[in-house]
Design a protein around this ligand. Structure first.
Ligand SMILES: C[S@@+](CC[C@H](N)C(=O)[O-])C[C@H]1O[C@@H](n2cnc3c(N)ncnc32)[C@H](O)[C@@H]1O
Length: 274
């Protein structure tokens, strides 16, 4: 099929937007590299749940994609003989590198891994995929670098995440304030289109509680997880706006505080031997 010039222009525009979003994501996580670990309550729980899905055998080479500050790396010695770490953000990678545990620290986009095919026996990626503008390409790349009989475990946030915050914002204006997460079905369909892998999927819901909406917003900022593609204004300022947002969120308050729901899809795959 031959694309029209309007089609090419639209594709070029989309690629520009994706490149701009990647830059924003890298900068935001870079800025958060010092505050990330202490704010990463959910991320630590999910990453540990994902790691437990890999066989605890200290053999083979593992690749950690979207490694962040590498807080989990000391635990990898129970799951592989050696590992390499990839992250888009130089700041996060710098933090991870200070531990000197990985064979290589590689600054790269998961959708374009500068690595040979079938190089790794295990692939691990926790809460990175939802930040990829082209998650299908990132999934394909992660599958490509996996060796025959290799195992991969990926966790990612899906639609339904931060739904209380999204609803509270929706009472104030029509802007996108929350990152747009894919549905589990969209990701499952994308994964199933990749050849040579047997897949297993599991959804889990996590709930965290906060004293107020400002604390939740501060945590998202400390994590670097406050980027929204195509958002025209970068943040909220007015006290009145925060008061209205807090009032809208209050309807969810319970004994433990205000809840924030995080929906996670765990994707496990085994590459067919050949
Ligand atoms: C939420 S943090 C998760 C870090 C770590 N895996 C954890 O579980 O704590 C997401 C990480 O993915 C990285 N990241 C985001 N988009 C990426 C991409 N396209 N390619 C590689 N890394 C990416 C970010 O820089 C950040 O370090």
């Amino acid at each position: 099929m031959i694309a029209s010039s309007a089609g090419f222009a639209a594709m070029a525009e989309q690629q520009c937007q994706q490149a701009a979003f990647l830059k924003q994501v890298a900068a935001s996580f870079g800025k958060a590299s010092d505050s990330y670990i202490s704010a990463a309550r959910l991320q630590q729980q999910v990453a540990r749940d994902a790691l437990a899905m890999l066989p605890a055998e200290a053999n083979g080479c593992l690749l950690d994609v979207g490694c962040g500050p590498g807080w989990l790396h000391p635990e990898f010695s129970r799951y592989c003989a050696a590992f390499s770490a990839v992250d888009l953000s130089e700041g996060m990678l710098h933090k991870a590198r200070t531990q000197q545990l990985a064979t290589a620290y590689i600054q790269a986009d998961a959708a374009s891994l500068p690595l040979a095919d079938r190089q790794f026996d295990k692939l691990f990626s926790s809460l990175m995929l939802q930040w990829c503008p082209t998650p299908k390409t990132a999934l394909a790349e992660m599958a490509r670098v996996l060796a025959a009989d290799g195992r991969l475990v990926i966790s990612t946030l899906i639609k339904g995440t931060l739904t209380e915050l999204r609803d509270a914002f929706a009472t104030l204006d029509q802007q996108a304030h929350i990152h747009s997460f894919l549905t589990a079905d969209e990701l499952i369909t994308a994964a199933r289109q990749l050849p040579d892998i047997s897949w297993q999927f599991e959804r889990r819901s996590y709930q965290l509680y906060y004293p107020d909406v400002q604390t939740l917003a501060r945590e998202l900022k400390a994590l670097g997880a406050n980027q929204v593609a195509g958002r025209s204004q970068s943040g909220l300022t007015g006290k009145g706006y925060w008061r209205k947002l807090a009032a809208a969120y209050e309807q969810h308050r319970c004994q433990d505080g205000i809840p924030a729901t995080y929906q996670v899809l765990f994707i496990q795959g085994t590459k067919h031997g050949r």
